[in-house]
Write a protein that binds this ligand. Structure first.
Ligand code: F6P
Length: 307
């Protein structure tokens, strides 16, 4: 997000537009917590994780009163355009602001879950993916040395995008995701078969939103069937931090620039995204209503590669 804020500030300066940052997202908006962001104020943040503007969950923005208050503050400050980085919750508020206020609104997809409709990738996903990959590579060393099966839980909220991609990249034998019903018998059979084929250990990546009750009960149920030596590892919040990857910095810079271009061109109520390498504009409302599909070919590939 820092790379994106930097891009917004500097591209806006190129257009002669003054930028102010709002601290802690919608919470800061409702508390009128704005700070000036001249071009040099965003120096040396490109490589830092998180967001120097900070963020917060804000229930008040889900209410009509909250939206009214936000519009009032934006009007009082004579704000001409608002750029928001986030996902579903952020864009629901943004849609209401675009519809009910005069301010022009452009969204930028930011979520490690990569579950936002209207873009191939959202800011943060690639960094989270690489963090999870690095962790699983390390886990594999122990799995191999001790012939132990590992059940590794990754984030993703209710979607399996991180699990699917890290599953392929790490060479996991199975991935369990919310989009596909988990059948313990099938999983146990896969693991038994792989041992019979000569494998010494097995890595199962479990998305946190999987429907089978969570990584611990899943591992326990497999153990009840096979009696194997296993460990569970929940990767958790390490996936949300750290210095962004090159891919994330580039995506953030491109989308920040595209958001400024859209505002300057008078657009409002859209999310900028990147699909097949092209910058796109998707109505914010659509990003909330439509569901992003998982790549079914990737799902098949996991099975083919785990021989
Ligand atoms: O949406 C990003 C995410 O990290 C999810 O992967 C995870 O389920 C959730 O946020 C955690 O949210 P919180 O910080 O509120 O626990």
């Amino acid at each position: 997000m820092n790379a994106c804020i930097r891009a917004v500030v500097r591209c806006a300066a190129r257009h002669g537009v003054k930028v102010e940052g709002i601290r802690q997202g919608y919470r800061g908006l409702l508390e009128d917590d704005f700070i000036e962001l001249p071009p040099r104020s965003v120096a040396n943040i490109l490589q830092r994780g998180g967001t120097f503007l900070e963020t917060a969950r804000c229930d008040e923005m889900k209410t009509p009163e909250g939206i009214k208050k936000a519009i009032h503050i934006l009007q009082q400050r004579d704000v001409g355009g608002l750029i928001l980085i986030g996902g579903d919750g952020t864009f629901r508020g943004a849609t209401a602001l675009a519809q009910e206020g005069d301010v022009k609104v452009i969204g930028i997809p930011g979520s490690i879950d990569n579950d936002i409709y209207g873009t191939d990738y959202s800011i943060g996903f690639d960094t989270a993916l690489n963090t999870a990959l690095d962790a699983i590579d390390k886990i594999r060393d122990t799995a191999g040395a001790l012939e132990r099966t590992f059940f590794v839980e990754v984030m993703g909220r209710s979607r399996g995008f991180i699990a699917l991609d890290v599953g392929i990249a790490s060479g996991a034998e199975n991935i369990l995701i919310p989009e596909v019903e988990t059948r313990i018998e099938e999983l146990a059979r896969d693991i038994r078969n792989s041992f019979e084929r000569g494998k010494k250990y097995h890595i199962v990546v479990v998305a946190e939103g999987d429907d089978a009750g969570g990584v611990f009960p899943i591992a326990q149920q497999v153990w009840e069937r096979l009696g194997l030596d296993y460990r569970v590892c929940v990767l958790g919040y390490i996936q949300r931090g750290g210095s962004p990857t090159a891919r994330d910095r580039i995506l953030a810079s491109k989308l920040g620039s595209a958001a400024v271009d859209a505002l300057v061109a008078g657009k409002t109520g859209y999310m900028v995204g990147e699909i097949k390498g092209e910058i796109t504009l998707t109505p914010l409302r659509e990003t909330c209503e439509k569901q992003k599909e998982l790549d079914s070919n990737s799902l098949k590939l996991i099975k083919v590669l785990a021989v």
